[in-house]
Design a protein. Structure first.
Length: 388
């Protein structure tokens, strides 16, 4: 008896929801019938006088008699066989022009927040007329649809693209072109300094979701170690690391050793004899010291050229130090002695092809400097991101 009752209950459960047309069932999509099939079904019923069931079996895929009846009923009431376009859902809150204005807000101010955008939309009734309220999620959705994503802000000084700085870049380009046109052989040597300490490591890592990514570092960061390097199209000409900041005295020692290294290499095959050497560096104060000017006066084959202010993209050592830092990270130094050794040895990991590529990359900015264009975020500072 109990088995019979249970069987009947299962039968009723299976039959529940079965109405006319047997339904689509959960999860099945509604069948889309083309306009051509609509017209064919109407032709079979109205012109040839076939039944609803017969007309439904003459088309592929087969249609139920209830679907055919609905199509014929629509034809007789509205005299049409075409499907009407879908008009369900909410209307768009913002027009295409208003979305463009919203995107322009973000382009003009990359640090603008969603709430600031919301306030400006509600207040600006000239462009966003009739928009009295808009949610933050709607603003975020519009921004995402226009291929705008949250990014790390790149800090650019206000003076980077001032008229004074753009004129300095133009004059720097003129000087470079004049030296390129000289008949005497010459070589550009880029010199710069970078600091390091024991606590500097990779800033990003991986771990299981819900757990912090942790790296062990010394409890004392120790004093800064400064690396000074000179590069040219021949590669690294000289590098020197010290356990303190660089100053005029250390720079003079560096220049003396660089001078000796270059003279030793002049006799090698393929090296030009009696070439002129152009030292290019930034405007840090000890680069302009009186003793440094005297050194260049005493070495007539060397001349100095200063980079324009706020123009790190013209200095290939920015990218050199970016790649060099990652090589130091990989050695995991834990003492100042190990760090000093790692900084020196990491220079050997930088290939000649990379250095030549970085120098070519800086020359790619020459046309923009000559045109006095604004140059914003086209270089990655070596202390932030990497170019490896």
């Amino acid at each position: 008896m109990d088995l019979e009752v249970e069987r009947q209950e299962r039968g009723r459960a299976r039959g529940r929801g079965r109405g006319r047309g047997r339904g689509r069932g959960r999860g099945q999509q509604r069948q889309v019938i083309s306009d051509e099939i609509h017209a064919t079904v109407v032709h079979h019923v109205v012109v040839h006088g076939r039944t609803m069931k017969e007309a439904g079996q003459l088309v592929q895929p087969n249609l139920s008699r209830f679907t055919v009846a609905s199509i014929v009923r629509t034809f007789r009431r509205e005299n049409r066989t075409e499907r009407q376009p879908s008009i369900g859902g909410r209307r768009r809150l913002l027009t295409a022009e208003q979305e463009t204005a919203l995107v322009n807000m973000v382009i003009a101010n990359n640090a603008i927040t969603l709430r600031e955008i919301q306030t400006r939309i509600i207040e600006d009734q000239e462009i966003f007329q009739g928009t009295n309220s808009i949610s933050l999620s709607t603003i975020d959705r519009v921004i995402q649809q226009n291929h705008i994503r949250m990014k790390q802000l790149y800090r650019v000084p206000f003076e980077r693209n001032s008229d004074r700085v753009k004129e300095q870049r133009f004059q720097y380009m003129q000087t470079m072109f004049e030296m390129d046109a000289m008949a005497d052989p010459h070589e550009y040597i880029f010199i710069d300094e970078a600091g390091f300490n024991l606590t500097k490591r990779h800033k990003r890592g991986r771990n299981i979701i819900g757990h912090r990514a942790i790296i062990q570092v010394p409890g004392q960061r120790g004093g800064n170690i400064t690396m000074c390097a000179a590069i040219s199209n021949r590669g690294i000409l000289h590098r020197h690391a010290v356990l303190r900041p660089y100053n005029t005295a250390l720079l003079l020692q560096f220049l003396d050793q660089l001078h000796n290294n270059i003279l030793q290499q002049e006799g090698e095959p393929g090296q030009p004899e009696q070439a002129q050497y152009v030292v290019i560096w930034d405007n840090v104060s000890f680069h302009r010291a009186a003793l440094v000017r005297t050194w260049f006066n005493d070495h007539p084959r060397f001349r100095v050229l200063f980079l324009p202010a706020y123009s790190p993209f013209l200095n290939p050592l920015e990218e050199f130090f970016s790649a060099w830092r990652w090589r130091v990270y990989d050695r995991n130094p834990y003492t100042q002695h190990n760090l000093l050794e790692a900084m020196v040895n990491a220079c050997e990991d930088i290939s000649l092809e990379s250095i030549q590529g970085w120098i070519r990359h800086t020359r790619g900015y020459f046309p923009r400097c000559l045109a006095r264009e604004d140059i914003m975020c086209d270089v990655m500072k070596y202390y932030g991101l990497t170019l490896t």
